[in-house]
Write a protein that binds this ligand. Structure first.
Ligand code: AHR
Length: 309
């Protein structure tokens, strides 16, 4: 409870104003910016108090933030873990303090699922599968070998691990597809561009048929690198991204990107609803998925004005 508030305001009973600590991953992508805003707005609009911490993509910052939320005796913690492992100790500390944790967007890889109330987020493995299936369908008539370069998300993060797994599961069914290079671009445009430049230099752009980027920001950075190299993105190299942010729709409408798999960041209202249900005594499912779709180049111009993020 922050100074000046009464015991009742932060006591965490059903219908009360709650004090909610939110430890966010960072501000690495368009997706993340939209997600932060959605959660912040939903907490405030519901009349709760928000304590926000930007982890700047660093695990130690998130651990510090959670410890600070515990010291401040918040009612609930919303937590989007930058990587899957290494958070058990601090989550146990929150549990011992009687503060429920709601995992948002990213999961942790921990045995004891009593450390969190529920995990609300996308099915990243399914997103990887959708990307792989789109490629298989798109290249059904094309002879192999089809050389793919992959820009992975943050090393050790749930979306990087799962999107790789889902994609490989699907393309593994046809040996004409080969991932010839795979490296992290840390989910940022700048890194996506830098790593794509290195791929083009070492493999020769003409040898690369497909780019699979674990998010749109890295795909957009890579598109710049491909253009600077003198090739046409989406024509010479097929470009697959994930997120469905506005930047990807703009790139697709310009004919520079082929497809983006949706990962919906706008789940703030659903998250706040779940927190309130928990405090009203409702038993929540451990895993709640966000529904999403997939968008191709030919839909981009029409849908661009309707995109909210
Ligand atoms: O965890 C979701 C991922 O994190 C998004 O796909 C990516 O853009 C973000 O940085």
């Amino acid at each position: 409870i922050t100074e000046g508030e009464t015991e009742e305001e932060g006591s965490g009973e059903a219908g009360d104003k709650l004090v909610i600590g939110f430890s966010q991953v960072g501000a690495e992508s368009e997706w993340r910016t939209a997600n932060t805003k959605s959660i912040q707005d939903a907490i405030k609009e519901a009349g709760h108090e928000l304590k926000f911490s930007d982890g700047q993509q660093k695990q130690e910052n998130q651990i510090k933030a959670i410890r600070s939320f515990i010291t401040q005796k918040v009612d609930a913690i919303v937590f989007s873990p930058v990587v899957e492992t290494g958070f058990e100790t601090v989550m146990q500390e929150a549990k011992d303090a009687g503060i429920p944790i709601f995992l948002a967007d990213r999961a942790v890889d921990a045995e004891d699922d009593s450390l969190w109330v529920t995990f609300l987020g996308s099915d990243f493995v399914e997103e990887g599968r959708k990307a792989g299936q789109w490629l298989i369908d798109e290249m059904a008539d094309q002879e192999g070998p089809i050389n793919i370069v992959e820009l992975q998300g943050t090393v050790g993060s749930a979306p990087a691990i799962d999107r790789k797994e889902g994609f490989e599961e699907i393309i593994g069914s046809d040996d004409k597809f080969e991932i010839i290079k795979s490296q992290t671009g840390d989910f940022t445009r700048a890194k996506g561009k830098e790593v794509m430049e290195a791929f083009l230099k070492s493999d020769g752009g003409e040898n690369i048929d497909v780019l699979y980027a674990h998010n749109d920001d890295m795909a957009i950075g890579a598109i710049q690198a491909i253009e600077e190299y003198g090739l046409k993105p989406a024509e010479d190299i097929t470009i697959i991204g994930v997120d469905a942010v506005k930047g990807a729709f703009e790139a697709m409408a310009d004919g520079k990107m082929n497809v983006t798999i949706e990962c919906n960041p706008l789940f703030g209202p659903q998250l706040v609803d779940l927190i309130e249900q928990h405090f009203a005594g409702v038993e929540l499912e451990k895993r709640i998925a966000v529904e999403e779709s997939m968008y191709t180049m030919d839909q981009a111009a029409e849908l661009l004005p309707t995109r909210e993020y």
